[in-house]
Design a protein. Structure first.
Length: 265
């Protein structure tokens, strides 16, 4: 089993530490599974570093990453607030669990800094670790051996604007996945084109990943491509161009209507 880094993040007082304690216990209940746990406050105490400036927070994120990397176990669990996107990127978690149980923490400076994550694997919205930690543990143990996208394997291409990605697109993806087992989702670079298409590449990517992960991780890849409006080919090129037909409930989902409801058109 390759080592996996688990980030348990959220505002102070949201229940991260207790959740982590239960999660660790659940993972270790499986024979042969080893874990390590680093609590942010304990790490700061051991390094005598209570600097909560921007520089201090970034330093802490690097420190947590290094401690996790040095651990020779199956799962390293780190619970810390990680209020900034840069901090979360520095940690490079394999799994991100957002404990989103409170609107405000006890430290005003942290509340102001906190940026909700766009990408995460699990979002826990109630303080019930005995219920949710076992659920998360089982999901992680089941999905730990994730498939890896194989560039040589037969692949279905999905090309679109995804402005925004919605459940009709999800249905199309799931049907495409049944054909070859993996899908290449291509995003047309068309922000602002035709006076519409308000969302940039990062927004679209994050929207797709939040919808598809962790269940389909390794089964798809995302690529930004030019604003392709025509697809042409000559002789038989060895692949199919197919239109998928869904029921009215799926076909009625409209990205245009979603944008209007968002006040973007």
């Amino acid at each position: 089993m390759a080592k996996q880094k688990i980030l348990v993040m959220g505002l102070p007082g949201s229940g991260k530490t207790y959740f982590t304690n239960v999660l660790k216990r659940e993972l270790e209940s499986i024979i042969g599974v080893t874990t390590a746990w680093f609590n942010a406050d304990q790490v700061r105490k051991s390094f005598n570093d209570w600097d909560f400036s921007y520089e201090g927070r970034i330093r802490q994120s690097h420190r947590m990453f290094e401690l996790a990397e040095q651990s020779e176990v199956d799962f390293v669990i780190c619970d810390f607030v990680a209020p900034l996107t840069e901090m979360r990127n520095n940690f490079k978690a394999d799994w991100t669990i957002w404990i989103d149980t409170i609107e405000q923490g006890r430290f005003e400076d942290t509340n102001k800094l906190f940026i909700p994550p766009d990408v995460y694997d699990f979002r826990i919205t109630e303080q019930n670790a005995e219920l949710w930690a076992p659920f998360v543990a089982q999901k992680i143990l089941k999905l730990e051996r994730r498939p890896v996208f194989d560039w040589k394997k037969e692949t279905v291409q999905m090309l679109g604007r995804w402005q925004p990605w919605h459940q009709g697109h999800r249905a199309l993806f799931e049907r495409a996945l049944t054909k070859t087992g993996q899908v290449c989702i291509m995003i047309r670079d068309c922000q602002g084109w035709n006076g519409s298409n308000p969302f940039d590449e990062n927004f679209v990517k994050n929207k797709i990943r939040r919808d598809l992960d962790p269940l389909y991780q390794g089964m798809y890849t995302i690529q930004l491509v030019p604003n392709i409006t025509n697809i042409t080919y000559g002789r038989d090129v060895g692949y199919k161009i197919e239109q998928e037909v869904f029921d009215d409930a799926i076909h009625s989902i409209s990205a245009t209507k979603i944008r209007r409801d968002m006040g973007l058109e």
